[in-house]
Design a protein around this ligand. Structure first.
Ligand SMILES: Cc1ncc(C[n+]2csc(CCOP(=O)(O)OP(=O)(O)O)c2C)c(N)n1
Ligand SMILES: [Mg+2]
Length: 556
């Protein structure tokens, strides 16, 4: 057989089951696009490379499978970097294939040359610079294997233009690399954890995104119900334990309900599963759960004892570990602990009664009443993201796609497009802010072109709201660079791109406009004008323990 490097890449992507690629062509990856011309793989032409990365993430986050994006050398790559870094921090398996100047030009400051390999070392799980087309036969399968094995993450393959055009002869296509055999679970360690749990009076499960990556949600539920263990979730794990479960205490940390952060501090045993003690979750890490023994199970050895010294830990796949653990755990109703929890909940009620239908919490509640547990919600970053996390009752894993670790404004819309492409029977909602939506607003064009079942909801407060809130709480109300002076019509902008659009300025029509937009199958947008002074409360003072929460001023 004789194939070019570009043809080898496309053939091997097909063999990996890839049927959608998002990207933008340019001089240095045109041979790759030329090979794609003959393929059945669907190409999504985005309007900015960052969106190609986030579309790949939307696919990967909503399906659990690896997804691919393309960019050309130089500015194509630099535009993609944020999406790659975002995937690294949230452990999302994407594969970025980038064009590079010809090998003979590398290091000469050639047109559109940047050191892609060097720049992506710290933001990828692994990266490759391909020097010969033959290497692609091993690199492509290896890239998929690395991106998806153990703790998932992004892999980048930089392919010089001459390597894409180089023809080589070979006898057979490489096979997919079989998933590595999982390490046998250390049963002695599992028994020890079961003993710690059986001796505990006030245990608590603290679950992270690893539960979703591993598909461990049913085991979490079984364990929680069997031993009556209350569960708190990080932002990344929302949906892994249904908000309907009586043992569910919601999100922990910076924007948790007060009762949740106080209950955590009462626990005598914290079971940290598939999580990494991120500062947004733990507050001041040293002071987090000082009276509790901490058991940590994570797939990534590097996370163990990194931020919080644990009493007992194992490095393992969390599904495997929980499956092994459950039979050793006794049934328990834990009436006293549950009673204590319920008292705390009464003392610090989660949501204040709302009479204002335009309050963000009321809007989220209205949305939740019009959606199904299968609806996929993407968010951007800011107050609106936290209002969603606090108030939308996620019931299933992979129904919240949000930029947790990097906190990237601009994530929501392209991630929604990615999710919609691979979930054609589901409604996708992108809940965004007036600041964030502008960061990838050019993708209105892509969305209109693809005619996907996406509704964009803009919580429009005329501010970089979360910045304004921090200035109010922690910088003596010295508001600088957080207010948008120019007001524009998102409705008209959306219509200009070919989307249906609605505006909501008063409470009277919230439900009917939402119902109309959500029942429509095509893409549309609702611009909701909310009062600028609403805050996300409660809030832990950054760097302080989780128990030091503020409710801010009068505007909640
Ligand atoms: C790319 C990027 N730049 C800056 C920030 C810092 N930041 C965090 S939240 C926020 C405000 C977001 O404003 P908006 O999208 O309107 O959401 P709101 O807080 O008003 O709901 C900013 C600027 C960020 N997270 N991402
Ligand atoms: Mg805003």
């Amino acid at each position: 057989m004789k194939y070019s490097g570009a043809e080898i890449i496309i053939k091997l992507l097909e063999k990996q089951g890839i049927n959608i690629i998002a990207g933008i062509p340019g001089g240095a990856n045109l041979p790759l696009y030329n090979a794609l011309y003959k393929s059945k793989i669907r190409h999504i032409l985005v309007r900015h490379e960052q969106s190609a990365g986030f579309i790949a993430q939307g696919i990967a986050r909503s399906t659990g499978k690896p997804a691919v994006c393309f960019a050309t050398s130089g500015p194509g790559v630099t535009n993609l970097l944020t999406a790659i870094a975002d995937a690294k921090l949230d452990s999302i398996p994407i594969i970025a294939i980038t064009g590079q100047v010809a090998t003979s030009l590398i290091g000469t400051d050639a047109f559109q040359e940047v050191d892609t390999y060097g720049m992506t070392i710290p933001i990828t799980k692994h990266n490759f610079l391909v020097k010969n087309a033959r290497e692609l036969l091993s690199i492509i399968p290896e890239a998929f294997h690395i991106a998806t094995s153990r703790r998932p993450g992004p892999v980048l393959i930089d392919v010089p233009k001459d390597v894409q055009s180089q023809f080589i002869e070979f006898d057979a296509w490489p096979k997919k690399i079989k998933p590595r055999k999982k390490h046998a679970i250390n049963m002695k360690a599992i028994k020890k954890i079961s003993q710690m749990l059986n001796h505990s009076k006030k245990p608590l499960m603290y679950i992270g995104g690893g539960i979703i990556s591993s598909g461990a949600e049913d085991f979490v539920c079984k364990l929680a119900r069997k031993n009556s263990i209350p569960v708190v979730s990080t932002l990344m794990a929302l949906g892994a334990f249904s908000a309907d479960e009586p043992l569910y205490l919601g999100m922990l940390g910076m924007h948790a309900a007060m009762s949740t952060n106080f209950i955590i501090e009462e626990a005598d045993l914290v079971l940290a599963f598939g999580t990494r003690f991120d500062d947004r979750a733990t507050g001041h890490a040293e002071k987090f759960c000082r009276n509790a023994k901490i058991v940590h199970i994570d797939i990534d050895d590097a996370e163990i004892d990194k931020i919080k010294k644990t009493n007992f830990s194992i490095c393992a796949d969390i599904s495997q570990a929980l499956k092994a653990l459950i039979p050793f755990v006794r049934k328990d109703k834990r009436q006293r602990w549950i009673l204590e929890i319920n008292e705390q909940k009464k003392k610090y009620p989660i949501c204040l009664a709302e009479n204002n239908p335009m309050h963000p919490r009321s809007v989220i509640k209205a949305i939740s009443e019009l959606t199904s547990p299968d609806t996929i919600i993407t968010t951007d970053v800011g107050q609106h993201q936290m209002w969603v996390a606090q108030n939308y009752p996620f019931k299933k894993p992979r129904t919240l796609l949000t930029s947790g670790g990097l906190g990237t404004m601009g994530f929501g819309l392209p991630a929604a497009i990615g999710a919609a492409l691979v979930n054609p029977n589901k409604k996708i909602l992108c809940i965004s802010g007036d600041g964030s939506i502008l960061m990838n607003i050019q993708e209105f064009a892509t969305l209109a072109e693809l005619n996907l079942n996406v509704t964009i909801i803009i919580m429009n407060n005329g501010y970089l709201g979360l910045v304004r809130q921090q200035q109010e709480f922690f910088y003596e109300k010295k508001y600088i660079a957080s207010r948008f002076l120019a007001r524009h019509s998102f409705k008209k902008i959306a219509q200009g791109f070919g989307l249906k659009a609605f505006e909501l300025n008063s409470g009277g029509k919230v439900c009917s406009v939402l119902a109309k937009a959500l029942s429509d199958c095509g893409p549309n947008l609702i611009d909701i004008n909310i009062h600028h002074a609403h805050n996300v409360i409660p809030m832990v003072v950054p760097g302080r323990p989780n128990t030091e929460m503020t409710r801010g001023g009068i505007h909640e």
